[in-house]
Ligand binder design. Structure first.
Ligand code: SAM
Ligand code: DTB
Ligand code: SF4
Length: 340
């Protein structure tokens, strides 16, 4: 394999035809070489001292009809999460305002639905418009969408739709039986067609093999264009779900390798260290930032599980001498890099 060089322009770096052999070869590199290559591409598109911050809120929790085997919110499993109705718009906007005051630039709203009902989507569109009116970027994750629903969200001003493929195509049916990976591709296509940015990633630590982790990244990297934002979740433990029986967190160095491979396969995408940060050492997170991760969720909870606390994040980023940027600034930076 040819060594990547920053002398190559973006056209050579941004590809949707990566082969499994190439991904395996990258993954097997000596760690310093892998990190060096990830840094090369990272610096081509991003400022390596910057990490983007986004804030999450569960606007409709629990009672979900899907059977995702990792999730606290599925009605199929007894996890102790209490189901609640869709929040009121004013309550959500109050939380967005608080997140903005705490420094977040993007506000992501999650709903435990298989897909939104049109009546519920009216209210979500109001929430999106309210978040935009605060000057924040808006992201939602609501499950499957029709083309028409994606268009309505775009009209409300939505910046990002988050819809993960979760794992490799080969491991997928071990984890979810109520919707297919093709259903997810269809929703992502509707989101793209509506002109909304795509946030799409997956989870590791659910008992999958290394080949599945690479299969997940290769599937994401085969998208043309790549998802603008790629969340990499380490499974956050939930008692009572099937994944709890088979979960095995990747070794920390193996996790950092995956982040580096994600950065190289999808050079212009924001790579977000998502769930699982509460259990990660500062050293592992630092290694992931060096490997090309450049976004985190901030706030003490994610949707229903814990996150690294704000205080701990502030202390860690201070030690690393890294700056937080509001979501969107990094987008502008990489677009400038491509234009220039
Ligand atoms: N119901 C919507 C859907 O799945 O399309 C949106 C919400 S769902 C909770 C968003 C994503 O969070 C999932 O696709 C999954 O990748 C991730 N996730 C859920 N539970 C998790 C856990 N315990 N640990 C890590 N990631 C998790
Ligand atoms: C993503 O990939 N991770 C976030 C966001 N997208 C919506 C969600 C993580 C959820 C972790 C489990 C929970 O808190 O319920
Ligand atoms: Fe429902 Fe989303 Fe959880 Fe799956 S991941 S059970 S769709 S809330």
């Amino acid at each position: 394999m040819n060594r990547l060089s920053t002398r190559n322009g973006p056209a050579e770096l941004v590809r949707s035809d990566w082969t499994r052999a190439e991904a395996e070869a990258l993954h097997a590199l000596p760690l310093p070489e892998l990190i060096h290559r990830a840094q090369e591409v990272h610096r081509f598109f991003f400022d390596p001292a910057e990490v983007e911050t986004a804030s999450l809120l569960s606007v409709k929790t629990g009672g979900c009809p899907e059977d995702c085997g990792y999730c606290s919110q599925s009605a199929h499993f007894d996890t102790g999460v209490k189901a609640s109705k869709l929040m009121r718009t004013d309550e959500v906007i109050a939380q967005a305002r608080a997140a903005k005051a705490a420094g977040a630039g993007r506000f992501c709203m999650g709903a435990a639905w298989s897909s939104p009902k049109d009546r519920d989507l009216d209210r979500v569109c109001e929430m999106v418009a309210g978040v935009k009116a605060l000057g924040m970027q808006a992201c939602v994750t609501l499950g499957k969408l029709t083309r028409d629903q994606a268009g309505r969200l775009a009209d409300a001003g939505l910046d990002y739709y988050s819809h993960n493929i979760d794992t490799s195509p080969e491991y997928y049916s071990e984890i979810i039986t109520t919707r297919t990976m093709q259903d997810r591709f269809d929703t992502i296509a509707h989101v793209r067609a509506a002109g909304i940015h795509v946030c799409c990633g997956g989870i590791v630590g659910m008992g999958e093999a290394v080949s599945d982790r690479l299969g997940l990244l290769l599937t994401l990297a085969s998208f043309d264009p790549h998802p603008e934002s790629v969340p990499i979740n380490m499974w956050n433990e939930v008692a009572g779900v099937p994944v709890a029986q088979r979960a095995e967190p990747p070794d920390p160095i193996a996790f950092a390798r995956l982040v580096a491979v994600a950065r190289i396969l999808m050079p212009r995408s924001i790579v977000r260290l998502s769930a699982g940060r509460a259990g990660m050492s500062d050293e592992l997170q630092a290694l992931c930032f060096v490997a090309g991760a450049n976004s985190i969720f901030v706030g003490n909870v994610l949707l229903t599980t814990r996150n690294a606390t704000r205080d701990r994040d502030a202390e860690m980023l201070d030690k690393l001498g890294m700056r937080t940027t509001v979501a969107g600034a990094a987008d502008a930076l990489r677009h400038a890099a491509v234009a220039g």
